[in-house]
Design a protein around this ligand. Structure first.
Ligand SMILES: *[C@@H]1O[C@H](CO)[C@@H](O)[C@H](O)[C@H]1NC(C)=O
Length: 458
């Protein structure tokens, strides 16, 4: 009896603590304009990461469709650097809705079928996230981004205490190949002092992990897909490779030979082929622009090809911003990729594959996956990097290179090392895999969370 009473009071107490200690209630979205009826809860709003300089990061959180209290918490980050995880990730890739005209339509392959999905606009200056002190934007780098992301996560967990002990995964794509490992490393370090992050795994899609291996895989990818001739391939691998071109370009010291080689490559590949999916002929600018920085020559070409953007229209509606508890600070429009941020672009050259290695050593399982039609960060570079890392760590193959299935079709290929480091391709997928192959991506995500190898049969 006494025990029952105790538990009753304990229950009451924790109920009130939750009510009072958090303003999570005020971040609850009652309904997004044009959305269909759903059973899960959504939240969005700001977490201040720097009181002194008034820096606040904006998040959108979609609880799991069913049984959220039994499902993990997953943070998703898009890349750029400087592009929005809300606009690209949530509303174009793996979130519950996609804008269509005035309405939102359900995404049948939303990742919130498997997890509680948290999307963060980072660093400040991206999307609805802001710094009132605009001098912050003048030079932002990987270190600052990772630090702010860590503060965000700690404070977000304080606001949503029921998620504090929940299994936590960090996922992302493209330049998030920097953001995610760097954040995860800070979390692992923080945990040695005070264990507050229940980090269970990391998944990275078409990530930038090692500048020269990733960027120089482009030549062979172009050549083997028929986008460039044999002679141009020779130039692009001997006279000037892509990593050298990008390095020179961002240092403002483009050599004549690199300028010549790149103009020939660009002429042959044609601007009417989508570099993020060489088989795709449509253009969705919100999905594509996160990688513009990874392909600097194409910046001016791309804009004309992409006319309309549902996400840009939707997120710029006043009623939508009100429903999201979002505001524009220091910018006139919400844009997919930041127009105010000056990111240290040469941070591209910082290798993060070694950070991935240290995460694995700390016991955090990692999945590197690749949409196999992407020429920007091709699967071949990622596969080499994973294989090399496995060798360095002395990890033996536990699942030999083989196909995996989604439904009755091959979803891609996979290999697993030491049960902690996995590689997988997604067949027919672009740089933004959940956008172009949503079913296969959801299968991959589900299996990743389960900790098991991808299905070998159907
Ligand atoms: C790319 O070019 C740089 C500079 O010429 C060179 O150091 C590097 O080895 C090249 N990488 C590849 C993969 O060819």
């Amino acid at each position: 009896m006494a025990a029952a009473l105790f538990f009753f009071f304990f229950f009451l107490l924790s109920f009130f603590v939750q009510l009072c200690s958090s303003s999570m209630v005020e971040d609850k979205i009652s309904s997004l304009p044009g959305q269909p009826q759903v059973s899960f809860q959504q939240f969005s709003g700001y977490i201040t990461v720097d009181e002194l300089r008034h820096r606040s990061l904006f998040y959108y959180f979609a609880e799991a469709e069913m049984d959220p209290s039994a499902k993990p918490l997953v943070l998703w980050l898009n890349g750029g650097p400087g592009c929005s995880s809300v606009g690209v990730g949530a509303f174009s890739e793996n979130g519950p809705f996609r804008p269509s005209g005035q309405m939102l339509v359900r995404n049948e392959y939303s990742w919130n079928k498997e997890a509680n999905m948290l999307y963060l606009e980072t660093p400040a200056g991206v999307g609805f996230s802001y710094s009132s002190d605009s001098s912050f934007y003048e030079s932002v780098d990987d270190k600052m981004t990772a630090r702010d992301n860590l503060v965000f996560l700690r404070r977000w967990l304080a606001k949503f205490p029921q998620y504090k002990t929940r299994d936590l995964y960090i996922t992302g794509e493209s330049y998030a190949g920097h953001y995610v490992p760097q954040l995860a490393q800070l979390m692992v370090q923080f945990n040695t002092k005070e264990k507050i992050f229940n980090l269970k795994g990391v998944a990275l899609g078409n990530p930038v992990l090692e500048f020269s291996t990733d960027f120089n895989s482009r030549a062979e990818f172009f050549w083997s897909h028929g986008l460039i001739s044999d002679s141009t391939y020779n130039l692009f691998t001997s006279a000037c490779n892509y990593s050298r071109y990008v390095g020179e370009y961002y240092r403002g010291s483009l050599s004549p030979v690199c300028a010549r080689v790149m103009s020939q490559v660009t002429r042959e590949t044609s601007r009417f082929v989508d570099k993020y999916d060489v088989t795709l002929d449509v253009c969705i600018s919100s999905v594509l622009s996160q990688s513009l920085i990874l392909s600097p020559l194409q910046v001016t070409e791309r804009i004309d090809v992409c006319v309309e953007d549902e996400t840009v229209n939707y997120l710029n509606r006043k009623d939508v911003q009100e429903a999201l508890h979002a505001q524009l600070t220091g910018v006139r429009k919400w844009t997919v990729c930041s127009s105010v941020l000056e990111y240290e672009l040469l941070n591209l050259e910082i290798p993060t594959i070694s950070v991935v290695g240290s995460l694995i050593r700390s016991g955090v399982p990692v999945l590197i996956y690749s949409g196999d039609q992407d020429s920007v960060i091709p699967l071949t570079g990622s596969r080499i990097l994973v294989q090399r890392l496995a060798n360095e760590l002395g990890l033996k193959t536990t699942v030999p290179y083989r196909v995996w299935f989604e439904g009755k079709q091959v979803g891609g290929w996979t290999q697993v090392y030491g049960d902690v480091l996995s590689f997988a391709t997604i067949r027919g997928a672009s740089h933004e895999a959940p956008f172009s192959q949503p079913g296969r991506s959801l299968q991959l995500f589900r299996t990743f969370l389960s900790g098991k190898p991808l299905p070998e049969t159907f």
